[in-house]
Design a protein around this ligand. Sequence first.
Ligand code: SF4
Ligand code: SF4
Length: 340
Amino acid sequence: MLLTLRNSLVHLGTRDPLRWHPLLAVYYLTYACNYRCPYCSDGTGTPYYRLASPVLSAPEVLRVLATIRRYADFLVLTGGEPLRYPALNDVLRGLPSLGFDGVVLTTIGDDVERHLTLINEAVKHLVFSLDTLDAAKADRWLGAGPGAHARILGQIERARTFPGRRYEIIISSVATEDNLADLYDVYEYASSCGFRFALCPQLLGVKAPARFDGDPEYRRLFDFLIARKRRGGKVHGTVAYLEHMRDLSKFLCRPSTVLAVSPVGDVFYPCLEIGRVAGNLLSEPDLDRIRAAGREQIGPEPSCDTRCHSACALGLSLAFNHPASVLREAMLAAKAGLRR
Ligand code: SF4
Ligand code: SF4
């Protein structure tokens, strides 16, 4: 946590530090994925499963992660579908010795069962993507044949009931033009299982669909979540964050709060969304040199227009733009704890 404290103080003092002070590192284990979610998109609008995805060996991945650990206390392992990474178990086995304060693993969930023992040792937050409880619609979206949705729900149940479970389960949904009405049921399902619920709008590249701007149905969904949160519901993000998601309002991004690293160890500067590579952690383990190279080639961090309503970009930027929102979140969490 010491790094987090130090890095937070830096971000409170400046938006664009010369050195890298990430609050969170996001490592894309692989871009490969068997599924075909209709909203799948990197910052340029390309689905992750269409990106070329060479991967590192497990020892190389652990070298990259050891370097990341020198700069960040918290790690997100994501993809693509990280369970498609061929040596996932070797990476999970090596993770605890790196001593991250928190590791998040995101997954669609299929096949998670056979990794649960190692996940329980290495991962603090296990995030499942789930966008509807309508099995026929989900199967169409996932593009993996009939029964995929039921199989995934079965796997989430296995993860929920895993003996001696230590990880928290989070259900992460994406609001699209085709599932707004379904997401109330997804929230109730998550809530009934004791899971946290996280919601973001679909991003077409970096922008939410224009139809969402001011759309009553879209706004109602976030108002519902804000009300649930105020009553102690496990909803991810501060109230200010949910209001920004609802209003799709512009915010001053602080991209250096997040360190985004590709499957082969490339570091993106200023952010994954802009997608410029400033260096590679295997050949240059000094992140500050990589940042200096990024600033020299690409310039200082940009002031973007209204975009990037994602958990990382918006969540961490708001925490520093409006620190009082974090205090209010702590008070809500304390109140919810007293109720339980
Ligand atoms: S599971 Fe993730 S990576 Fe795969 S298609 Fe869906 S959004 Fe894309
Ligand atoms: S808003 Fe932030 S994350 Fe999005 S493109 Fe701009 S700098 Fe990158």
